[in-house]
Each structure stands twice: as structure tokens, then as C-alpha cells.
Design a protein around this ligand. Structure first.
Ligand code: MG
Length: 363
């Protein structure tokens, strides 16, 4: 039998756009300062439906537009006929090259968003997690003059927690300045800034008397023996951030920390982030959801894991000058579920079209 029988070929297509995310205020931590963050925005299309993802790449972590462009140009999604092969796709993407965790996360998030849209349900349901109607987030207070610190604290009155960046010579003065204008409970993030274990322990005892809930990454990642000692002595929970990148880091995490900070750009996305949270819970550890400076795309994606979180620090889309997306929104210090299919972005297709075409790279 002959004829012009044509079969449409279903394909997954990837598109990405470099974007410079501008911060309203300079962001300073114990290891540097910046006023913008390079990100890569991506979309994956299947049968006319698009899912959206993002790689946020603060320079300290080694990824950039160049590395992300190089990595994403190697991703050949045409090998897969079906986005529901998500496990196989994620394993394929992870095996392309080591590192590149933010770029890998962008693919993972776009696939989860796409699947949610194809099935008409929010991503947390696809992940077999319960929904959370709302959850409080901390607001990060980065390192600045004491006067500016107090101004930022007063602007953040609505938040149930403040996350104060320490790890400086001036830590006690910063906390005293915060306490002069606020009695909100505090998370403290030392960002590896304390180099001596006895000084670290003394700081923690002092902070314990000043309404601090936990300490994030007190000492440098490589000081493992000192961190293990600090954990055994600390009156406050210690949460690993820079020490805990991916699932393999959670295996022995309880030797050093009481909890872990999961960020999608470290975990390579929701698939592995969920495994990290589950393993940490099995160990009786606390789970914190964190972020970088990032758009509402990654914040909305991370919110899908909210039911597993003891602590939420998802404020990276606040104080941006050019957040292109709207999604899970914050009011009165809480993030609210919107039950939109996928990761919860509101009309991202329109936002995507408006993002400058100049730096668009299409494959
Ligand atoms: Mg941190």
C-alpha cells in the first residue's frame, strides 16, 4: 500500500535566554558583594505546551552564562519522546558533565512544570506531596552598615523570621542593632565566616541568648572535624548549606549538622531535592528550603516542597528590579499556594515572549 502517510513526530524542544537579574539593594555576605545575578531562563516545549525553568548563578558558585550556554547546548532532548520519562531524562542530563548544578536544575524544573501543565495539576501532586495552603518565610538581612541594617529590618516587620547574615568581625554589633528595633526570631547565616571552633561556640552561646533559632553554615566546609565538634557542643541547631550540595552529601550529614538547607540550584532541581528532604527526614534531621537571588520561577518551584520544610527562606524574588515572572506570591510574610498546574507560574508564556530576544539561543 502506498500513500502520503505522515506521522507527526512528538519532540521535546529546549530554548534558553540569558538574563541579568538586577537587585534593588546591594547584597553583601561574608564572602562578597553583588548588585546583579546572571541567570538563564529556559523553556521546554512538547505538543505546543511549554514548561519553564531557571538557572540562578551567583558567581561564587562557578557557573556563568558561558558555562550554562555550553552545558545546555549539549542537552539533546530529541532523544526522548515523552516528558514523562522524567527520571531517564534527568539521569541523562546529570551524566552530560559534572557540576553545572544550576543548569541541570533549570531542566528539571522546566520538565516538572511541563508535566504539571500536561496533567493539569500542581507539581506537588506529581511529587506525591500534600499541598500547603500557606507557609511563612524568613527575610534575609544582608551585611551592611548598622544604620542600613536597621532600616532593612524595619522594612521586614511582616515576616515571621529574619535571616541575618553574619560571619564578620562585627557580628555582635549587628545583632544588637537588629535587636534594638525588632524582637522577631532570627535565623543566623555565618556563610563559613567563623574560622575558630571555640570562637564559633562562644558566638553561638551568645546568639542563643538573643532569640536566634538556628545557625546556618557556621564554619568553612573543609573544617569537618571542627564542625562535628561544634555540633556536639552547640545549644542551637546547626544547618548545613555550603556543606550540603546534593544527595550524596546528606548520607553522613547528621555527623555535622542538625538540618540541611536545600536549594534547587544545588540539588539539580526538584527530583533530587525531594530525595534529599526525604533522606534528611528519615534521619530525623530538620529541612530548610533556601534560594539564591532568583525569579518567581525557582521560588514557585521550591514552594512545591513546602510540606517537607521545617524552615522556609524563599525570599530571593523580593527586592528585584526586573523579575519577569509572577507565581507563588508572598503576603504578610507568607507564601500562598495558588494550585496553578505545574510549578505555579501565572501566565509565563506571555512573560517569556517579552524577555529580550537579543540574547536568545534556540535549538
Ligand atoms: Mg546560606
Amino acid at each position: 500500500m502506498q500513500g502520503n502517510f505522515q506521522r507527526s513526530i512528538l519532540m521535546l524542544t529546549l530554548e534558553y535566554k540569558a538574563y541579568n537579574l538586577l537587585l534593588e539593594h546591594e547584597f553583601r555576605i561574608s564572602r562578597g558583594v553583588r548588585s546583579s545575578t546572571p541567570i538563564m531562563l529556559i523553556s521546554i516545549e512538547f505538543e505546543g505546551v511549554k514548561g519553564f525553568g531557571e538557572a540562578s548563578m551567583p558567581p561564587l558558585y562557578g557557573e556563568s552564562w558561558e558555562t550554562a550556554g555550553r552545558f545546555l547546548s549539549q542537552v539533546n532532548l530529541a532523544r526522548f519522546k515523552d516528558p514523562f520519562d522524567i527520571e531517564a531524562i534527568i539521569q541523562y542530563v546529570d551524566a552530560i558533565a559534572p557540576g553545572n548544578t544550576a543548569s541541570k536544575a533549570s531542566i528539571d524544573v522546566a520538565l516538572h512544570d511541563l508535566i504539571g501543565k500536561l496533567t493539569g495539576s500542581p507539581t506537588y501532586r506529581f511529587l506525591n506531596l500534600p499541598g500547603v495552603e500557606k507557609i511563612g518565610t524568613s527575610k534575609t538581612i544582608s551585611i551592611d552598615s548598622l544604620e542600613v541594617t536597621q532600616k532593612r529590618v524595619l522594612e521586614a516587620k511582616e515576616f515571621p523570621f529574619l535571616k541575618v547574615k553574619l560571619g564578620t568581625e562585627n557580628d555582635k554589633a549587628i545583632i544588637k542593632a537588629v535587636r534594638a528595633v525588632s524582637d522577631q526570631p532570627l535565623f543566623v547565616d555565618a556563610n563559613q565566616g567563623w574560622k575558630d571552633k571555640s570562637v564559633a561556640l562562644e558566638n553561638i552561646h551568645w546568639l542563643n541568648e538573643h532569640g536566634v533559632v538556628f545557625i546556618e553554615q557556621p564554619m568553612p566546609v573543609e573544617m569537618k572535624r571542627e564542625i562535628a565538634w561544634l555540633k556536639s557542643e552547640s545549644p542551637l541547631p546547626l544547618i548545613g548549606d555550603e556543606s550540603i550540595q546534593r544527595l550524596t552529601d546528606v548520607v553522613h550529614a547528621e555527623d555535622f549538622y542538625h538540618g540541611i538547607n536545600i536549594k534547587l540550584v544545588k540539588s539539580t532541581g526538584l527530583y533530587e531535592g525531594l530525595k534529599m528532604a526525604t533522606l534528611a527526614k528519615e534521619k530525623g534531621m530538620q529541612v530548610m528550603l533556601g534560594c539564591m537571588s532568583e525569579t518567581s520561577c525557582l521560588i514557585s518551584a521550591a514552594f512545591q516542597l513546602a510540606s517537607l520544610a521545617d524552615w522556609v527562606d524563599l525570599d530571593g524574588n523580593l527586592n528585584l528590579k526586573n523579575n519577569p515572572y509572577r507565581g507563588i506570591e508572598m503576603h504578610d510574610g507568607n507564601l500562598y499556594n495558588n494550585d496553578i498546574p505545574g510549578i505555579g507560574l501565572i501566565n509565563p508564556e506571555e512573560a517569556w515572549e517579552k524577555i529580550s530576544e537579543e540574547e536568545t539561543i534556540s535549538r
